[in-house]
Design a protein around this ligand. Sequence first.
Ligand code: NAI
Length: 317
Amino acid sequence: KEQRQWRDIRLAGLGLIGRSFAMLFAAAGYQVKIYDIEASQITHALSDIWQQLIELQKIGLLRGSLSIEEQHKRIEGTNDITECAKGAFFVIECVPERIELKTGVHAKIDPVVSDTTIIASSASALIPSKISQNLKHRNRFIVVHPTNPPFYAPLVELVPSPWADSDVVPKTKALVEEIGQSPVVLKKEKEGFVLNRIQYSIIKECFNLVKDDIISVEDVDKVMSEGLGRRYAFIGQMETDYLNADGMRDHSKKFAEMSYRLQKSFKPPIKMEGEILDKIHKDIEKRIPLDKLQERRRWRDKRLAALEKMIRTMGKK
Ligand code: NAI
């Protein structure tokens, strides 16, 4: 298989996302060389990944056919970014979302990669042209934006740089599929990509509804978790509309006027600050105090893991 000639993956930045990518690649059998500017992060990452592998095995969600020992052995640290990137077929940068950090790391990767290396970034919102404009190999650059937590939310947005060669998208897409994630491809770059544009449009409406005292913070979240979110785990908005009537044309006859009227009534965005921020924070804090965040994250991940298991059993389609 063409992808197999890639053999190894190089990764810079070992926070939440870098660690997840290292695990996903190792589970698919790749050798993964990892680098972080903080030497201690490499040791932390390796021990955290070991704990996560044990946990995944315990809940029956270990990926691939390799044992946890074999997966862990495939991940190897280095303190030298040049050594990390040199000769790579695929290198992914996962450092914090600050343009000067990202361009700084890519300026070090760029001179040591070959003309066929694919250079990726896990950026959440920074557009690829901004990160890659000054690179010699900018024609090999693509954003590979995962969803958190990647083990339970497999979507990956692929956003090629405007100057990307024609093989960059299909090769990256095949690689992302091979490690068990679900890619979507943006035809053009757009700030915030698609996931965050949709997410922020939801945030805008939630904020305004709470600010205008139409609904409580707890209940506006319930609209998502008990209502919209239940469907969204399986079908998107387009298919939801299609199924809620007898197809899209019938949906339009029944709901287009109302939909247009409501959309026109939306208020402009408000900043997450001041009184409204304080109100929302305090309301949630009553249910989830800040010292219980880890507990609540575990509660969430347990449910996401159970959902993932169910989807694997029933099949995606
Ligand atoms: P993080 O803050 O958890 O980890 C960043 C890591 O990069 C740290 O280990 C840090 O020591 C290292 N680092 C900083 N400067 C560096 C440099 N110059 N060279 C090498 N390593 C360096 O960040 P996180 O959450 O993993 O995010 C990484 C990227 O992925 C960001 O662009 C973020 O927007 C994106 N992302 C984050 C998601 C999330 O939910 N956390 C979801 C999807 C994408």
